[in-house]
Design a protein around this ligand. Sequence first.
Ligand code: MN
Ligand code: MN
Length: 293
Amino acid sequence: MEEFLNPTMQPFLDSTTPFEEAHYVIIGAPFDGTSSYRRGSRFAPSAIRRASLYMETLSLRTGLDLDDVEIADVGDVKGLESVEEAVYAVEAVVRRVLGAGKVPIVIGGEHTVTLGALRALKPDAVVDFDAHFDLRDSLLGLRLSHATFMRRALEEFDTKLVVLGCRALSREEMEFASDEDDLTFVTSAELLKNGVERGAEAVLEELGDVSSVYLSIDMDVLDPAYAPAVGNPSPEGISVTMLLDILAEVVDGRFLGFDVTEVAPHYDSGLTATHAAYIILETIYALESARRG
Ligand code: MN
Ligand code: MN
């Protein structure tokens, strides 16, 4: 696995847990080569790690604290000359983490890196928090980019997709999504109007008969008030609280891993990276709570 990684000087939450002893494994994926608007998500893994150092770690949602979870940070994937290489490197590392019986947690980078995790895990279902569908057939001449990768994923394997918080969509994607039997979505407007239960119900209904799930969090699902520093900000998003409350209702032992992508940290003074670090830790605690039953 080392041939695909550069170690980090500043691990998430200052963790010194070795890979062998960890259950949760942080993998940075600092790639932003296809970003269509504001680049800079290649700086997100280090910005999110830095923000994590100043967080309190006792979770009031779950009652868990940092010494209840073993987290290793294996550093950043390397070989990021092209989008194909970046996706391949993520796939290779995630495959090894899963093979060792551990939970991979990918910090993007742009959302395209998720495709690498999906290729390694081949989950029965994907729960995707995103303002966008990322279901275009191509964008700016690219068949593989952060705006198309989910379309490629659906072409490559049989997976259910539940998108929550979507609101910045093209007509093409809306028509594609409406025709696709395995795709369900709950818009941001529906969540804001009907609350956490509406989102949780939609997810639980879709996950009824699946045995493995992957969670992907594109930080632009949040309202720009909470996450201004993302590649493609979109108004009228959900809150951090709503995101975490939905996760608390749906996360269970079938979740293989998750990612947090699209933070472009130079567009604010640290708020978005702080929220990303907090969301990562709370999601780890949600997984640990589910594991303990
Ligand atoms: Mn996305
Ligand atoms: Mn997005």
